[in-house]
Design a protein around this ligand. Structure first.
Ligand SMILES: Nc1ncnc2c1ncn2[C@@H]1O[C@H](COP(=O)(O)OP(=O)(O)O)[C@@H](O)[C@H]1O
Ligand SMILES: [Mg+2]
Length: 345
């Protein structure tokens, strides 16, 4: 669990130090007080990145940013993570317990996080690439083999696409193709298992949030049919890129076989997005010791008819081995929260 956080030249903060004493933290402050910034700094510790390009996080007029986090767990000694970005060199460095990590990927999985914010609405209305990326990030945070396979898959894809543009040697892209077929099948095995469990975990949540449609909602994973990939080579040589593989698989919410995005109201969609994120949170908590939900813009998911307050709902479903950081405009009433006030300057 995250115990301490220190931000240097990170967006609006020159130097901000926070200590956490609970696994349920409310970051409270008015508009532009830096709530989202705090959540995004935790995202950096978890994945090495935020939602914007790195240079956007460097405080105006400064040359670098640094995010430092101290994590404690009951089993292991405290670990310290530092993410450092040098704006002039456009270079990012990660230090784990003061040792320079050979690559950014070393960070993935040390402190798994999952996001609930306006972007989560893309579970319903966004492009399939976005959903695939979320699933990939979650699987990568919980399983090293998945992370390594995914890295290998994208490297092979890049090499194969390059070969398709530059070589006439069919044997080369058949070799890459065979390896890509292998990585695709491993990736699919993990993704399909996750989606199956997710559909189970989400059932009780949907009964609470969208009772009349709970039974007919299903998250569908549709693998791209690439059994005949060899027959695509001539076309691929023309186009210069690979036309098949796990990077093309579909992932979509359906209501009784119809795409949910054309079927659900805005309110229902928002509640389905909320349920999806929570189900993924529960899934990750089952896999890992500790997982942190980063909840921003929770008002977007509020719906008077089914949900009085999202914060108390989140507390009611929180797995015991997980944490919440929630950004809120106002103080929250539940006593479980450690409330950290950010001042407006
Ligand atoms: N690179 C930066 N340098 C300085 N200030 C920044 C930078 N990026 C964002 N800000 C400022 O941070 C504030 C937004 O912080 P944010 O975390 O989004 O606040 P909140 O979520 O509490 O509304 C804005 O006032 C914005 O101008
Ligand atoms: Mg914000």
């Amino acid at each position: 669990m995250l115990k301490e956080l220190q931000l240097t030249n990170f967006r609006k903060f020159t130097n901000l130090k926070l200590s956490f004493k609970s696994d349920s933290i409310a970051i409270v402050g008015g508009n532009a007080s830096g709530k989202t910034t705090v959540l995004e700094s935790i995202m950096h510790l978890s994945t090495g990145k935020g939602t914007f390009p790195s240079h956007a996080y460097v405080k105006n007029g400064e040359k670098f940013f640094r995010v430092k986090g101290t994590i404690v767990s009951s089993r292991q000694p405290p670990s310290e993570i530092i993410v450092f970005f040098d704006a002039s060199k456009r270079e990012k460095k990660v230090l784990i317990n003061r040792k320079l990590a050979p690559r950014l990927a070393e960070l993935i999985g040390l402190m798994p996080t999952i996001n609930l914010n306006m972007n989560s609405l893309q579970w319903i209305w966004g492009p399939v690439e976005w959903r695939r990326k979320q699933i990939d990030l979650l699987l990568a945070q919980t399983d090293r083999t998945y992370l390594e396979t995914l890295i290998k898959h994208y490297r092979l894809l890049e090499q194969r696409n390059k070969a398709l543009k530059t070589t006439h040697d069919n044997a080369l892209f058949i070799t890459y193709g065979e390896m890509l077929y292998e990585t695709s099948s491993i990736i699919r095995k993990y993704r399909l298992a996750l989606i199956a469990t997710l559909n189970e975990l989400i059932g009780p949540l949907l009964e609470r949030l969208i009772p009349d449609k709970a039974k007919s909602l299903e998250l569908k994973y549709v693998p791209f049919d690439d059994g005949d990939w060899q027959s695509k080579i001539e076309k691929e040589k023309e186009l210069g890129y690979t036309l098949w593989g796990a990077q093309r698989d579909q992932l979509i919410w359906e209501v009784g076989g119809t795409e949910a995005n054309v079927f659900l109201s805005r309110g229902e969609g928002a509640r389905l997005a909320l349920a999806t994120v929570i189900a993924l949170w529960l899934w990750t908590a089952r896999k890992r010791k500790h997982v942190t939900l980063l909840a921003d813009d929770w008002e977007a998911f509020q719906d008077r008819k089914y949900l009085e307050k999202v914060p108390s709902f989140l507390l009611s479903v929180k797995p015991s081995n997980s944490s919440i950081f929630i950004a809120s405009l106002n103080r929250l009433k539940e006593s479980q929260w450690q409330q950290i006030m950010l001042d407006n300057q």
